[in-house]
Ligand binder design. Structure first.
Ligand code: V0D
Length: 264
């Protein structure tokens, strides 16, 4: 596992990362971490580069954070890559963004397979461009047998739309007489969301200083710890991720105790 990090070219941080990694792995690890990857445009602007340069740099961070999350032992990493609101952006920017899954996967799919990572997606898949769908579907198919970390991309995802579809599905079951009103509970709702097969996130991270949920996993984040960092997504690195998990572990040090929900 550590061998994956040793291949990194940054010799300065390697020993530090290994030591920190071992300490993090000896404590309670969040099963599911969700990240809102914000600040790519701002990163580019600071350097007088076009926004797309920031998106491209952000893709390299996806690779880095996937690898360290897998090394930590996180079971599910959900990355908010494209929201239903993002269609309002300029067409040229959208066209560029829609090429990123293909580029990401043609570069990194072999190492995802090597790391036993399973690629999944939540969101409305159908309306994505054909070439984007093909790239993602191929990655999903080629990693379907992997049983390591699940790398779950939220693409064209919006939580309210997900809840609308969930409610429509449940109402349909009710009108067809397949369920009684009393059958509508947290489990039934959870089972009709796009995340039905996944554990709920234990930790939400949003980069770049914005303190909003932006229509992301409204139901699923009910009990999650939230962390908002000023670091821009392209600058978010392995040590940032390890520090987030350490902070989570210190907040959760009473995990499992009677005071768990704060009723001290
Ligand atoms: C841009 C920062 C990887 C956020 C990361 C189309 C904005 C880089 C993917 C990707 C994006 C998605 C699915 C998949 C494999 C890779 C990605 C988008 C944006 C939205 F199966 N990075 N990335 N998708 N950015």
């Amino acid at each position: 596992m550590l061998g994956k990090l040793i291949r990194k070219k940054n010799v300065e941080t390697e020993p530090l990362i290994s030591v920190e990694l071992e300490s993090v792995k000896s404590k309670h690890i969040p099963a599911h971490v969700a990240i809102i990857m914000d600040g790519n445009g701002r990163w580019a602007k600071k350097r007088n580069l076009p926004r797309i340069a920031g998106h491209h740099e952000g893709m390299k961070t996806v690779r880095k954070i996937t690898r360290v999350a897998n090394d930590i032992g996180i079971k599910v990493l959900t990355l908010y890559a494209f929201s239903t609101e993002n269609w309002k952006r300029p067409k040229l920017e959208i066209d560029f963004l829609m090429k990123l899954p293909g580029e990401f996967l043609s570069t990194y799919l072999p190492e995802l397979i090597e790391q036993n990572v399973r690629v999944e997606m939540i969101g409305n898949f159908d309306v994505l461009p054909e070439h984007t769908k093909n790239a993602i579907q191929r990655a999903i198919d080629e990693t379907a047998e992997n049983d390591g970390m699940t790398l779950n991309f939220a693409m064209n995802y919006g939580s309210r739309l997900e809840l609308i579809q969930c409610m429509q599905e449940i109402a349909k079951l009710a009108t067809e007489g397949k369920i009684e009103l009393e059958d509508i509970d947290e489990t039934l709702i959870g089972n009709n969301l796009m995340t039905a097969h996944l554990p709920e996130p234990d930790l939400l991270i949003r980069t770049s200083g914005e303190v909003r949920l932006s229509n992301f996993m409204l139901w699923q984040l009910a009990y999650a710890e939230f962390s908002f960092t000023d670091v821009l997504w392209p600058d978010f690195d392995e040590l940032c991720m390890i520090n987030e998990i350490k902070e989570f572990q210190s907040r959760n040090r009473r995990f499992g105790s009677v005071n768990e929900e704060g009723d001290a």
